[in-house]
Design a protein around this ligand. Structure first.
Ligand SMILES: Nc1nc2c(ncn2[C@@H]2O[C@H](COP(=O)(O)OP(=O)(O)OP(=O)(O)O)[C@@H](O)[C@H]2O)c(=O)[nH]1
Ligand SMILES: [Mg+2]
Length: 311
């Protein structure tokens, strides 16, 4: 009994570390074991590194690019090069490359449209982001743009009550573009800083469903030529390389400006983030590390790589 009282508290684990534990075990720990104290990138090490990256959903083009770069950098280093350190820096550079400033308007309402396939966490992310923006001192409004199911509207309204953010909604079956148009009009009239619009999940291989997103964009531009200021594609990290295919199709339908990668907590496929950054050149804005309101971290390449490699 007393032993418990005197036991020292463990230091708190950063959300990144905890959320990435599966990917770290799958990729980070193996990378550390692979590099060990080896200072030369010989053919055997390159081959092992290649299969390790491919197994972690990094994908072939990005894996090849990383190997190529590591060979180049290692050849210019001293004989006792810190390969692991070089590799870590390369990962940070790769993830930081697609960074771009956010397009929130200097004044007036900034509209954020969340899009993605079914069940990736769009509605949850809308609530998490609204909560976060509100916490940062912004006035926020939510738009229930998923008019497909009554339950989807209710889900957003329940979140809205929990975080005390008003939700603009119409009935199920209403036109999504008109809900978001009305919400933008209301937000502008009320001087709201951020309007976050949820949308219905849609398959990336269904052209007519993607066209509906194009319609939302066209309609809101009648109010503000630069809206939606941000369009974030929400992805489920657990889908691995398929996330890349989804992203390509959504980017064809609407001008996606950033990514939200959810469920990084439950998967060993976090390596897909490297493929997304290097092949799509879209900045990852936030990552979902759990189901709770605060389980959303602003994406930071250095923190991500530190958590991934456990250093
Ligand atoms: N573990 C974990 N679960 C998450 C995360 N984000 C969302 N979820 C869960 O995923 C499930 C689906 O989330 P929703 O927000 O309803 O997904 P959606 O994209 O709106 O789904 P549809 O509207 O049906 O397309 C819920 O149970 C969420 O709690 C995350 O980062 N980690
Ligand atoms: Mg939803």
């Amino acid at each position: 009994m007393f032993a418990n009282i005197f036991r020292r508290k463990k230091p708190p684990i950063a959300p990144w570390q905890q959320g990435l534990s599966k990917t770290r075990r799958h990729l980070g720990d193996r990378l550390a074991a692979l590099f060990g104290n080896r200072a030369r990138l010989d053919a055997a090490l390159a081959a092992e590194l290649e299969s390790l990256l491919l197994a972690a959903d990094v994908g072939l083009p990005t894996t090849e690019r990383l190997l190529e770069n590591l060979k180049k950098r290692a050849s210019t280093e001293r004989a006792d090069a810190d390969l692991m350190g070089l590799f870590r820096d390369m990962l940070i550079d790769l993830l930081a490359a697609p960074s771009a400033p956010l397009r929130w308007p200097a004044d007036g309402t900034g509209l954020l449209l969340l899009v993605g396939v079914n069940g990736v966490g769009k509605t949850t992310s809308a609530a998490k982001l609204a909560h976060r923006f509100k916490g940062g001192g912004k006035s926020v409004l939510l738009a229930a743009g998923d008019t497909f199911r009554a339950a989807a509207i209710e889900q957003l309204q329940i979140w809205g009550r929990r975080i005390q953010v008003p939700v603009v909604a119409q009935g199920a079956g209403a036109d999504s573009a008109s809900v978001i148009f009305d919400a933008l009009q209301a937000a502008r009239a009320r001087g709201v800083d951020r309007l976050i619009a949820d949308t219905a999940g849609r398959l990336h291989n269904k052209g007519h469903l993607l066209d509906e997103l194009g319609k939302i964009v066209r309609v809101v531009r009648k109010l503000d030529a630069r809206a939606p200021h941000e369009i974030w594609l929400v992805l489920d990290a657990a889908t691995g390389q398929n996330a890349l295919n989804q992203a390509r199709e959504f980017c064809r339908a609407v001008p996606v400006t950033g990514l939200v990668l959810n469920r990084l907590d439950g998967t060993a496929k976090g390596g897909v983030l490297l493929a997304l950054a290097s092949e799509l050149r879209l900045p990852v804005r936030f990552v979902g590390l759990g189901e709770g309101l605060d389980d959303l971290a602003e994406f930071n390449p250095a923190q991500f790589v530190a958590a991934l490699l456990g250093s």
